[in-house]
Design a protein around this ligand. Structure first.
Ligand code: PRP
Length: 217
């Protein structure tokens, strides 16, 4: 039987900080990522010495491209995965892009005191809903697109559910963590059909990444 030709993998990388750390990881396992170092306005990059093309996309769109099978693989934060839900395989915790989801509110105020329905502002309404559902607590959620820390300061919300990395933004705005919600880091995701069709190519990449990650574990 004629052997199937090697498939050129398509990977979607989350633009920005995760893109830089993804490139760093790929270079550690010997994949030349020169074209992505200075991508300019170009969004698809052909890697010169590895059968893979890299797409640069916004985090939620990385998931969309992988779910639709346009990309076989993606690198995206667990924050986006938790918010968008998933119908793909999450195969590796890449260990970078570490931060957490936290419930935060004004310093020295008891969030749980009293019986009124709390209002929570968040860029992540699904994560917020799931967190409070688990507690059996009914809350009113307001979706905010960014700089969520503003909401409790100006009285729009009692608290926020947001990403906390260093804690500097909370501190600078007189807020503090009330409770941790979930840890976050970058994940490698795989389209379910690609996993079967291009098992050999995908597993070869996963094995190399796993080996590299294990040396720093
Ligand atoms: C994120 C997050 C916090 C901040 C946390 O915002 O929403 O605001 O980083 O980081 P820190 O704990 O290290 O201060 P981002 O910079 O992505 O912008 P955004 O607020 O517009 O979403």
């Amino acid at each position: 039987m004629e052997e199937r030709r090697m498939h050129r993998l398509q990977i979607a990388l989350t633009k920005g900080r995760l893109q830089e750390q993804s490139v760093e990881l790929f270079e550690k396992i010997g994949i030349d990522c020169t074209p992505i170092h200075e991508p300019g306005r170009r969004l698809i990059h052909h890697l010169p010495d590895y059968p893979m093309d890299a797409f640069l996309a916004k985090a939620p769109d990385v998931i969309t491209y992988v779910e639709h099978g346009v990309c076989d693989l993606g690198i995206v934060g667990k924050d986006t995965i938790l918010e968008k839900g998933h119908s793909f395989y999450e195969v590796l915790d890449l260990g970078f892009g570490k931060c957490k989801f936290a419930l935060a509110g004004p310093k020295d105020r008891d969030f749980y005191a009293g019986y009124h329905t709390r209002t929570i502002a968040s860029k992540y309404p699904n994560v917020t809903r799931a967190f409070f559902d688990k507690k059996g607590m009914d809350v009113h959620i307001i979706k905010i697109e960014g700089s969520v820390e503003l909401a409790p300061i100006v009285g729009l919300a009692d608290a926020i559910v947001d990403i906390v990395e260093t804690g500097a933004t909370l501190k600078a705005n007189g807020l503090e963590v009330i409770e941790d919600v979930a840890p976050v880091s970058a994940r490698l995701i795989v389209n379910t059909a690609s996993m079967k069709l291009y098992q050999k190519e995908i597993n070869a990449l996963i094995e190399r990444l796993e080996k590299e990650l294990a040396t720093h574990a």
